[in-house]
Design a protein around this ligand. Structure first.
Ligand SMILES: NC(=O)c1ccc[n+]([C@@H]2O[C@H](COP(=O)([O-])OP(=O)(O)OC[C@H]3O[C@@H](n4cnc5c(N)ncnc54)[C@H](OP(=O)(O)O)[C@@H]3O)[C@@H](O)[C@H]2O)c1
Length: 341
């Protein structure tokens, strides 16, 4: 799943993250109060905690109407965002990405309420202590960190909740909507997508968990890149698709690590890692910066422009991933699985 190296175990990954903190941030001067989101409707998944909660506070205070999609802390997380931002234009909706029926119910709700998003931040993610079978039969990390993104993108584009011309034909001439994915630079250490085993449930333990985390970020980035191609035909960007790594951030991401490991990681996270507000900065920049209007498939590592792993850009891998993802979705959800672009 991943080559030996800097992201091979959680402690070396955390220490690699500390090293990243000393890198120069080339967009730091561009992250200012002038970045505004007035009049924009912004969806943020995983907004109950960590980077997602930081994004919700930041974008609400920049004028956005924020829709928080959360599995827990309803409505406490929304109250926290309203208090921190001073904005009442914040709502919260239930979303459990490990449950395919719940994903559809969430998407149906947005469609039925006539929501039209300017920005969708697909931020929710988890680090599991090992394989865990969901009701659909899929491994939880595969579903939450990857396939749910494929399903949600197709549902929201197909229903015109993310306005577009490719699938729903209703975008019009306004600003180009933006789809933004929270990833991890650890994807750079993952090996190529294994299409023979793609989506198949296998048992593994905590020693492999970090490898799967990085691997599914590589899978997700390959999907984002393929989606960006499908949403930019003949040189015209219909919907922008961007990706960022927040860098090392002191959040709840290690909540499921075994006790002894959690204690070590918590120590490193508390002493050395960035705050969720800092982790949110690249997401806010991608959501609001006028400098990337109409562009697509930009990647930020913290506030640095960067390239993703070269494997992510392979168009053949992108096409194969699209087909394999649709096959897995069909196998667990045959009535509703449909790729729209
Ligand atoms: N922290 C870092 O150093 C770091 C570095 C690189 C990338 N990232 C990425 O940043 C993103 C946010 O993570 P974080 O660090 O902010 O961790 P976090 O504090 O644990 O937040 C994760 C968010 O995802 C939500 N989530 C998890 N499983 C879900 C599910 N089944 N359905 C719906 N929501 C679910 C969580 O909801 P609950 O609170 O209900 O569980 C929470 O809101 C992730 O994609 C992560 O991979 C983090």
């Amino acid at each position: 799943m991943a080559e030996k190296g800097r992201f091979d175990n959680p402690v070396s990954a955390a220490l690699a993250g500390v090293k990243d903190l000393f890198r120069k941030q080339d967009l730091a001067d561009d992250y200012t109060d002038a970045l505004r989101a007035d009049g924009k409707t912004v969806l943020i998944t995983g907004a109950s905690s960590g980077v997602g909660l930081g994004l919700a506070k930041d974008l609400a205070s920049r004028g956005a109407h924020v829709i928080m999609a959360c599995r827990s802390r309803i409505p406490e997380a929304m109250e926290e965002v309203k208090a921190a931002s001073g904005s009442e234009r914040v709502e919260i909706r239930k979303l459990d990405l490990a449950d395919i029926d719940a994903i559809h119910a969430f998407c149906d709700g947005l469609r039925d309420d006539g929501v039209r998003l300017d920005v969708a931040l697909f931020n929710a993610g988890m680090a599991a202590p090992g394989a865990r079978r969901t009701a659909s039969g899929l491994d939880e990390i595969f579903l939450v960190n990857y396939l749910s993104k494929f399903i949600t993108a197709n549902r929201l584009l197909g229903d015109g909740v993310i306005p577009n011309n490719a699938a729903a034909g209703n975008r019009g001439d306004g600003p180009v909507p933006r789809m933004i994915y929270t990833s991890s630079d650890s994807h750079q250490s993952a090996s190529a997508i294994d299409f023979d085993l793609f989506g198949k449930y296998r048992e593994y333990g905590v020693n492999k968990a970090i490898n799967y985390y990085s691997y599914y970020k590589l899978v997700m980035n390959t999907f984002n890149t393929e989606l960006s191609r499908r949403l930019a035909r003949e040189g015209q960007v219909d919907v922008s698709v961007h990706t960022f790594c927040p860098g090392p951030v002191n959040t709840n991401i290690v909540r499921e690590a075994p006790g002894w490991l959690r204690a070590i990681l918590r120590g490193i996270f508390t002493v050395a890692f960035r705050t969720p507000a800092q982790g949110a900065m690249p997401g806010t920049w991608l959501a609001t910066s006028p400098s990337i209007e109409g562009q697509t498939n930009r990647y930020l590592h913290m506030l640095n422009r960067k390239e993703m792993d070269p494997k992510v850009y392979d168009p053949e891998a992108g096409k194969k991933l699209w087909a394999a993802s649709l096959d897995v979705w069909r196998s667990v959800d045959p009535e509703r699985a449909r790729a729209v672009v």
